[in-house]
Design a protein around this ligand. Structure first.
Ligand code: SAH
Ligand code: SF4
Ligand code: F3S
Length: 431
């Protein structure tokens, strides 16, 4: 038995992929370990979406290399950075294996061959979905599991490296998705998150996302269903209809806007306008008044003016997002934006605009939480909260609740009443 340690960076897809890698290598005698010091094989499953994500990995590689002082250790880079940097990683002299996101079935052979020299496989596939592989779950509490429903991305957002690192979009057979959801139920999971870069374009032999969502919700009525990410261009009324007519589908939509300015959206090659986005938000609220809406935004994209930035702030105020992931623009080699547009907003100005968005969102999150004060929610217990004697768990709208409780445990559904809040947390009592 060899011990395999994997550090996972980046998005939830990478978490799901790490679970696939543990499964593939588990069949070949590798067992998971959770400390660097005992590992025979150390992998980093990496992210390339922003430069600082890659810089962190370079730092970690130095740490990993230190492990080789006392014993032989195989070091590998998996995921998006492997796909983007290819041989440049091998040339650092610090890595033995470079494996892109579609090559994980070859890891056992690559590990076998590593004594002969560094191994690399960065071929992207048009069909690989790892459909029948049963993931080895790595979550801490056995409550919530990720299910990958598609891979790759067919959009060409001009700032984004994902289409280069993950290849063309392909959808996984829905039979295997439903089977995996049912297996989650029998393994004791209470919630699943269906994952894709653009879930609304799921299409397996004519079955679209709305139908898939209904299928999973109906096959597993006791399971909470979440999904991410929805593209504003593609989110359909049918999906909203399926969400509002199935009690176990969570009322939360992650709907990345990226910018509130039409000029910038066009330059980003997002295929919607701010008016379209606001109209989709209105459609969501008409179908489900209680639905949480969260977003991603990029501050300081190429040529962004103060007026464009103001348009983003204005859109944030109009929508009143419940939560947002906020970044400043990071130029990624090879993307359309890197080739065509100068990265001409200074780092100081990007930071200033980003901080302005963060400050605004913090107040919007607080307002959103204040609106929930006095309400009763069903929450899924995740486990003890940081503070002793309290449990934490999430509402269907993905808000974190904490309350005093010594009778329930992770995986239970309990009703709590919100008594107070911060921008990040709802403080509750059991009802
Ligand atoms: N498929 C998802 C996004 C995946 S990447 C979607 O289309 O919404 C996650 C987020 O990272 C993006 O929504 C975007 O806000 C951010 N991001 C992507 N490329 C970036 C870049 N070059 N600089 C800064 N942020 C970026
Ligand atoms: Fe990137 Fe756009 Fe695809 Fe999202 S939809 S992964 S932002 S190219
Ligand atoms: Fe990062 Fe790749 Fe996900 S670039 S965000 S790990 S798809």
């Amino acid at each position: 038995m060899k011990k395999l340690y994997i550090e996972t960076y980046g998005c939830q897809m990478n978490v799901a992929d790490t679970e696939v890698v543990f499964s593939i290598l588990g069949e070949h005698g590798y067992v998971r370990c959770e400390s660097l010091d005992e590992a025979d094989v150390i992998f980093a499953n990496t992210c390339s979406v922003r430069d600082n994500a890659e810089q962190r990995i370079h730092g970690r590689l130095i740490q990993f290399a230190l492990q080789r002082r006392n014993r032989p250790v195989v070091i590998g880079i998996l995921g998006c950075m492997a796909e983007r940097m290819k041989d440049a990683l091998i040339e650092t002299g610090k890595v033995d294996i470079v494996a892109g996101p579609d090559s994980y079935r070859h890891l056992p052979e690559m590990l076998e061959a590593v004594s002969e020299g560094p191994q690399m496989d960065v071929c992207l596939s048009r069909s690989e979905t790892y459909a029948e592989i049963v993931p080895v779950r790595t979550d801490r509490n056995g409550v919530s599991a990720f299910i990958s429903i598609m891979r790759g991305c067919n959009n060409v957002c001009s700032y984004c490296v994902v289409p280069f690192t993950r290849g063309a979009e392909r959808s996984r057979d829905y039979h295997s998705i439903v089977r995996e959801a049912c297996r989650c139920v029998s393994d004791g999971y209470k919630e699943v998150m269906l994952l894709g870069q653009n879930v609304d374009s799921y299409n397996f032999e004519g079955t679209g996302f709305a139908a898939l969502l209904a299928m999973v919700a109906e096959a597993c009525p006791g399971l909470r269903i979440r999904f991410s990410t929805s593209n504003p261009q593609d989110i359909s009324d049918e999906v909203l209809e399926v969400m509002s007519s199935h009690a176990n589908i969570c009322h939360h939509i992650h709907l990345p806007v990226q910018s509130g300015s039409n000029r910038i959206l066009e330059k980003m090659r997002r295929r919607y306008t701010r008016e379209w986005y606001l109209q989709r938000v209105a459609a969501i609220r008409a179908a489900m008044p209680d639905c949480a809406i969260t977003t991603d935004v990029i501050a300081g994209f190429c040529s962004e003016t103060l007026e464009d930035h103001e348009a983003t702030l204005d859109l944030f105020r109009r929508v009143g997002f419940d939560y947002a992931f906020m970044f400043y623009y990071s130029e990624r080699p090879g993307t359309l934006a890197a080739r065509k547009y100068p990265d001409d907003v200074s780092i100081e100005e990007k930071t200033r605009r980003l901080n302005e968005i963060i400050d605004l969102q913090n107040s919007l999150s607080l307002e959103s939480n204040r609106r929930d004060c006095g309400k009763v929610f069903e929450v899924l217990v995740e486990g003890p909260s940081k503070k002793g004697g309290q449990l934490c768990g999430r509402t269907m709208t993905n808000k974190m609740c904490v309350w005093v409780d010594d009778t329930h445990k992770a995986g239970d559904l309990v009703n709590v009443k919100v008594t107070d809040c911060t921008q990040a947390t709802l403080f509750c009592e059991l009802v």
